[in-house]
Ligand binder design. Structure first.
Ligand SMILES: [Zn+2]
Length: 462
C-alpha cells in the first residue's frame, strides 16, 4: 500500500468530515453521532500553526488534527484522529503521529499531548508503545504526554557541529543577497574569495569592502540570483525551520518585477527547503525617498506574499517619523513591522522607533541593553530583538562575544532571537552563532535553547 502523508488543504474538508463521523460511529457503536459543525475546521485553514495531516492512497484514508498551545509550556495537542476501516493496523496511525511529532520539534514545542478514552484499551496500548505516558486523569479520559527529546542542549555541550546542523533553528534577520556562505559561493564560482579585515570599521567599512572586494565576483542579476540560491541552500544545510529573509525593492525590480521575482524565490524555497516556514520581508534602505517608495509599495504588497516590512542601512539618516507613510501602507496589508535600530544607535532610538512606527520586532536593538527603562519597555510590550552577534562583533559595535549585550537583554527578560544578518560577509552560520555564545560563556545552554525555541515558535501570533 503506497500511501503518502501530507498537510491537509481546504479541499480535503469533505473527506475529513466523513472520516470523523466514521471514527465517532466506531467509538460509540451507533450511527447517532454528530460530526463537525459549520466552520469547526476553519482554524486549520487560516494562517495559524494548527495543522491537519492526512494519509492519501488515491484518496484521503486517514487524518490527524494538531493544535498548537503555549500553556503551561509550548506543546502540541493531537485532537481528532481517524483511519478508515480498510486501512487500520497498517502503520498509518503511527506514521501520522510521527509526522505530528516531527512538526512539534520543528516549531520548538516541548511535548505532545492527547486524550484517550479510558475504555479504549487498544488505543492505550498503541500510545504506550509509541512512548506516551499518563499525565493526568480527566474522568472518562486520560491525558497522555510524550516529551520531545531535546538534542540541542546535548549537541551544544558536546560542541558537536554536525549534530547542531540537524536540529531545527530559525534565522529571522537575514539579508537575502548576502545570505549565502562564502565557501558555497566560492565553490559555485570556482574561485577563491577574499576574507574581510576584522574589524570592518562599522557598516560603511563593511559596505565598502563588499563593493570593492567581493561584489566584483558576483555582481549583476546573475550574481544576485546565485547568492539568493545560496541563501536557501544554507537554510537547507542548517535545518532552518523558520526563515525570515529580506528583499529590497530595487532587487525585486532587477530580477524582472514582482511576479518573476516571486516565482524565482518560491522555486528556491521548494527546491531546497520546502518544509521551512518562509516569511519574506520587504526592506528599504534608510536613505530611500519615502514618498516615492510609498507610492510604489502596493505593487509589491498586493499579492499578500510579503509578511513583514523593514528599514535597513545607516541609522538616523532621516527622522524615524519620516518612514510613517511606508509603515501605514504596511499596516493596511497586515505586515509585521520591523526596523533596523540600536546597533550603532542608542537605547532611545530603539524605543522611539518602536513607539513611532508600532514595531513588534527590532533588527539588532542591542543598544537597549544600556537602559533598564528601555529593556523594561521592550519586555512589557513583548518586542522581539533579532540579534546578530557576529555582525556586531565584526563591525566593531561590540568588543567580543563574552561581553555581548545579548546576556543583559536576556537577564532583563527581553525577547531575543539569534540570527546571521549578512552571512556572506561575517561567515558565521547559525549553529556557529550559538556555539560562539556558548564557548564564550555569554549564555547558558538552557538560555540558548530558550532563544532557539522562541525563534521557532513566534511566527504565529495568537
Ligand atoms: Zn541587518
Amino acid at each position: 500500500m503506497g500511501y503518502k502523508i501530507r498537510t491537509a488543504v481546504p479541499a480535503d474538508e469533505g473527506k475529513i468530515r466523513e472520516l470523523f463521523l466514521e471514527m465517532l460511529r466506531t467509538i460509540y457503536h451507533t450511527d447517532d453521532v454528530k460530526g463537525y459543525g459549520d466552520g469547526d475546521l476553519d482554524r486549520f485553514w487560516s494562517e495559524s500553526p494548527n495543522r491537519i495531516y492526512v494519509a492519501e492512497d488515491g484518496q484521503v484514508v486517514a487524518f490527524l488534527s494538531v493544535e498548537v498551545h503555549h500553556d503551561p509550556v509550548d506543546h502540541i495537542y493531537l485532537d481528532d484522529f481517524s483511519v478508515t476501516a480498510a486501512y487500520r493496523n497498517k502503520g498509518i496511525g503511527s506514521a501520522l503521529i510521527r509526522t505530528a511529532e516531527a512538526y512539534a520539534e520543528r516549531i520548538g514545542s516541548r511535548a505532545v499531548l492527547l486524550h484517550v478514552e479510558k475504555t479504549n484499551a487498544p488505543a492505550m496500548r498503541f500510545y504506550e508503545r509509541s512512548g506516551y505516558a499518563v499525565f493526568r486523569d480527566d474522568g472518562n479520559r486520560l491525558l497522555l504526554k510524550k516529551d520531545i527529546e531535546d538534542h540541542f542542549c546535548e549537541a551544544l555541550r558536546e560542541q558537536n557541529t554536525e549534530k547542531l546542523l540537524t536540529i531545527p533553528k530559525s534565522d529571522l534577520h537575514n539579508h537575502s543577497t548576502k545570505g549565502c556562505r562564502r565557501s558555497w559561493l566560492a565553490e559555485r564560482l570556482k574561485k577563491d574569495l577574499p576574507d574581510p579585515p576584522v574589524p570592518l570599521d562599522g557598516l560603511s567599512g563593511m559596505q565598502e569592502w563588499f563593493r570593492s572586494a567581493l561584489k566584483p565576483f558576483c555582481d549583476g542579476q546573475e550574481g544576485v540570483l546565485l547568492r539568493w540560491e545560496g541563501a536557501f541552500a544554507e537554510a537547507k544545510r542548517n535545518h532552518i525551520a523558520r526563515l525570515s529573509m529580506n528583499f529590497g525593492a530595487a532587487e525585486i525590480d532587477l530580477a524582472g518585477g514582482i511576479e518573476v521575482f516571486r516565482e524565482l524565490i518560491e522555486g528556491f524555497h521548494r527546491a531546497y527547503c520546502p518544509d521551512t516556514v518562509f516569511e519574506p520581508e520587504l526592506t528599504y534602505p534608510s536613505n530611500c525617498d519615502v514618498s516615492f517608495e510609498a507610492e510604489k509599495i502596493d505593487g509589491y504588497l498586493q499579492s499578500g506574499w510579503f509578511r513583514s516590512i523593514d528599514i535597513c542601512g545607516f541609522e538616523n539618516c532621516q527622522p524615524i517619523e519620516a518612514f510613517l507613510p511606508l509603515y501605514r501602507k504596511a499596516e493596511q496589508y497586515c505586515l509585521v513591522k520591523k526596523m533596523h535600530a540600536g546597533e550603532a544607535g542608542t537605547a532611545d532610538d530603539v524605543r522611539r522607533a518602536v513607539e513611532a512606527l508600532g514595531l513588534s520586532e527590532v533588527h539588532h536593538g542591542i543598544a537597549a541593553s544600556t537602559s533598564k527603562e528601555t529593556m523594561r519597555f521592550l519586555a512589557d510590550n513583548h518586542i522581539q530583538l533579532n540579534v546578530c552577534p557576529s555582525s556586531n562583533v565584526m563591525l566593531g559595535y561590540v568588543k567580543d562575544y563574552s561581553t555581548h549585550p545579548i546576556r543583559t537583554l536576556v537577564e532583563n527578560e527581553v525577547r531575543v532571537t539569534i540570527n546571521t544578518d549578512d552571512l556572506l560577509i561575517f561567515d558565521s552560520t547559525i549553529e556557529n552563532e550559538y556555539l560562539k555564545l556558548y564557548r564564550a560563556g555569554t549564555l547558558s545552554v538552557d538560555q540558548l535553547d530558550e532563544i532557539r525555541r522562541a525563534g521557532l515558535g513566534t511566527g504565529w501570533r495568537s
